[in-house]
Design a protein. Structure first.
Length: 528
């Protein structure tokens, strides 16, 4: 008998069906994955399984069963005894899920107090045991830490500890590694597999990352538009997908092999960075004297060639984004920067302002980087108004229409607001905004990290097309080496503020010299 089974589950909001008559089961001790793109209904299915959907949701199911118990007719009081105890969930964003004003020890204790009767000594001991189980460093000392004092990977470990506190039979992991670096992601997956072996619990993984799913799941169900379109053994499904949608997802995966046949050519340099540093002072004592520096970017040098892409890779906190912002003079820095022969580091005032058009940026989160109260046309035209103030309004509007066409968006998009677009469309708008002032170099700061695999493939192809058409150069900041293989000509690997390895993409990804680069490559999950 299945540990958990769902038959003919449908979820509606008004006349909109978000989960459409789906059925699946999860066996005791197995890892089952539900995959699909954003909006396919994956998370709604999980929330329905926990009776956590809002009151306006219409939920219908023939059967929703945990072992021998039918969950459908349960009251909210009965559900409170099941949630966190027999079925637990790890949400996608730990910083949004953890209470910022409670210590991590208090938040784990909350679950234990709800489901078990423990003395103060037993409670303290159990909290420490759980943090040790999820391999949080210095577990006994970190109990009194608040969420903001932990890294992204450490916060996710705390979320896992909270989920494990009730000793659940089924653990639902909803995109548990989406925001994590590849090495941290590998650690979290290994941790989940280890705990699963120790406890015998079943794991229900929800993800849009097919490579990740292939590395951990035994059985996979593929979801599209609220329906399950294909189910099967993970290895067989990825090697020989039957449904056209699954085939599309597998085909869109970035391939590490795509760099092997890349032609290596040389071009004149467009951006030269020499001995570049960005240090933040550490102040202590009553008089806040400087006692040391955080070396976010430490004596970095590199060159980007004309019409080429240099990928800057490394884990969160290594200094990638700081470097990108410092190159734009958004934060203070030291060192030399030459853009097409012009010494940017020596420019100030109007002279610097005149050069700002030549180097632009596309941020990681398109929604937070646009003013939600401005129309898309105004957002794209804003740079033109600031840096091309003498351009007539009619010419500006014409240029906005042409830019929307170039990033494959309809012309009427200029009269709509950012919230009316999908994530991929919003990223296209940000690319159009960067293109508006005809830059020579665009800094792309994790522009595909939050996107589904098929949308990611579209954005990569768009960037490559625009590069050919305009001879632009990219500084492509990312931690995804699969994307690097698809788009980069050269790669610089960054670790603790320093570039530890640099070379052409084929050499770095196939014969890495530095141990840190080798570590990154080993951690990449492989779909097939």
């Amino acid at each position: 008998m299945s540990l958990f089974a769902v038959e003919n589950l449908t979820v509606q909001f008004g006349n909109v069906t978000v989960v459409d008559n789906i059925s699946f089961d999860i066996q005791k001790g197995e890892t089952f994955a539900l995959v699909g793109e954003s909006g396919s209904g994956k998370s709604m299915t999980a929330l329905a399984a926990l009776n956590l959907l809002p009151h306006n949701a219409i939920v219908e199911s023939e059967t929703m069963r945990l072992q021998n118990e039918n969950l459908s007719p349960l009251s909210e009081n009965d559900w409170c005894k099941i949630r966190g105890r027999r079925i637990a969930i790890i949400f996608q964003d730990p910083i949004a899920s953890l209470n910022p004003v409670m210590t991590i020890g208090q938040q784990i204790s909350e679950v234990l107090n709800l489901h078990f009767k423990l003395s103060k000594t037993e409670l303290k001991q159990r909290v420490t045991e759980l943090l040790q189980q999820v391999e949080l460093p210095n577990a006994a000392q970190r109990v009194k830490d608040y969420p903001h004092q932990l890294s992204g990977g450490q916060r996710q470990r705390v979320m896992i500890a909270i989920a494990l506190a009730g000793k659940p039979d089924l653990l639902i992991a909803d995109e548990p590694t989406t925001a994590l670096d590849v090495t941290i992601q590998a650690q979290i997956l290994e941790l989940l597999k280890t705990i699963q072996k120790q406890t015998g619990m079943a794991l229900w993984l929800i993800s849009h990352d097919l490579a990740l799913v292939a590395s951990i799941a035994g059985r996979v169900a593929v979801m599209q538009n609220g329906k399950i379109v294909e189910t099967g053994d993970a290895k067989a499904l990825f090697q020989n997908p039957q449904h056209s949608y699954t085939q599309k997802l597998v085909a869109a995966l970035p391939s590490m092999h795509s760099c092997e046949n890349k032609e290596i050519t040389t071009s004149p340099p467009i951006l030269e960075v020499k001995n570049f540093s960005c240090h933040y002072p550490i102040r202590k004592g009553i008089f806040k004297r400087i006692v040391d520096y955080v070396r976010a970017v430490d004596d970095v040098s590199f060159t980007i060639e004309r019409a080429k892409t240099l990928a800057l890779v490394g884990e969160s906190g290594c200094g990638k984004t700081t470097l990108g912002k410092a190159l734009l003079h958004l934060i203070p820095s030291n060192g030399e920067v030459f853009l097409d022969g012009i010494a940017l580091h020596s420019l100030v005032g109007e002279a610097l302002r005149e050069q700002r058009a030549a180097i632009q940026i596309v941020f990681q989160d398109p929604f937070s980087s646009m003013n939600p109260r401005m129309l898309v046309g105004e957002i794209i035209a804003e740079g033109l108004q600031a840096l091309r103030p003498k351009m007539p309004q009619t010419e500006r509007e014409s240029r906005v229409r042409n830019l929307l066409k170039r990033v494959e968006l309809p012309e009427d998009a200029m009269y709509r607001y950012p919230h009316e677009f999908s994530g991929g469309q919003r990223q296209r708008i940000c690319i159009a905004r960067a293109l508006a002032v005809e830059p020579k170099v665009i800094i792309c700061d994790e522009p595909t990290s939050a996107l589904d695999v098929s949308v990611q493939a579209q954005i990569i192809q768009l960037l490559k097309t625009l590069q050919k058409e305009q001879n632009m150069s990219y500084l492509f900041i990312t931690h995804d080496l699969g994307v690097v293989a698809e788009i980069a000509d050269d790669v610089a690997v960054m670790f603790k503020g320093k570039i530890v390895e640099i070379g052409d993409v084929r050499q770095v990804l196939t014969t890495p010299k530095h141990s840190y680069t080798q570590k990154l490559l080993v951690a990449i999950p492989k779909a097939i």
